[in-house]
Design a protein around this ligand. Structure first.
Ligand code: HEC
Length: 143
């Protein structure tokens, strides 16, 4: 009798329990505000890309960005996140996620006439694959 009761109790409460957990996670997710591309640009990238320090391609410069736009969203997002020549990895902010960095790249490219979208899952996958390739190449060079 006792065991029937407890399995009933579980049967009723486990869906409710998962709902509570789901709601808790959802509210957690919305508290952790993911920065927009424009915000990340202002906070992290503007220091170099507004003035063009060290030949950083300037915000809104169609000649400089035109070439990069042709290289493609996945390529320049991965290169920039990884670091390329005078461009520091993640724009020098180790806490930036690939999605946040790539959204700032979209902001930069669109200011120079591109019509890129914030990266969706497929785009993030392509960027991450390119990053993995770069990391593997770097590891090979060291050994
Ligand atoms: C400390 C200065 C500095 C900061 C901060 C910085 N950049 Fe750059 N960035 C550069 C320079 C310099 C280059 C040019 C690199 C070269 O070609 O020599 C560059 C190049 C790039 C490129 C082109 C990469 C390629 O494939 O040639 C992208 C994309 C880019 N930056 C995005 C960003 C984004 C997004 C941020 C902010 C999250 C950022 N940068 C922050 C200096 C900076």
């Amino acid at each position: 009798m006792k065991s029937t009761l407890s399995s009933n109790t579980l049967g009723i409460y486990s869906p409710l329990f998962s709902l509570v957990i789901t709601l808790a996670l959802l509210s957690l997710g919305s508290n952790v505000h993911a920065a927009t591309g424009a915000e990340t640009y202002q906070q992290v990238c503007a220091a170099c890309h507004t003035t063009g320090i060290n030949n950083a391609p300037k915000l809104g410069n169609k000649t400089q960005w035109g070439k990069l736009i042709k290289e493609g969203q996945a390529n320049i997002s991965a290169d920039g996140y990884y670091g390329v020549r005078a461009m520091p990895a993640r724009g020098g902010n180790a806490n930036l996620t690939v999605a946040e960095f790539a959204a700032a790249v979209v902001y930069l490219a669109n200011q120079a006439g591109a019509k890129w979208q914030d990266p969706d899952q497929a785009m993030l996958k392509t960027i991450n694959e390119r990053l993995a390739k770069k990391q593997a190449q770097a590891a090979n060079k060291k050994s």
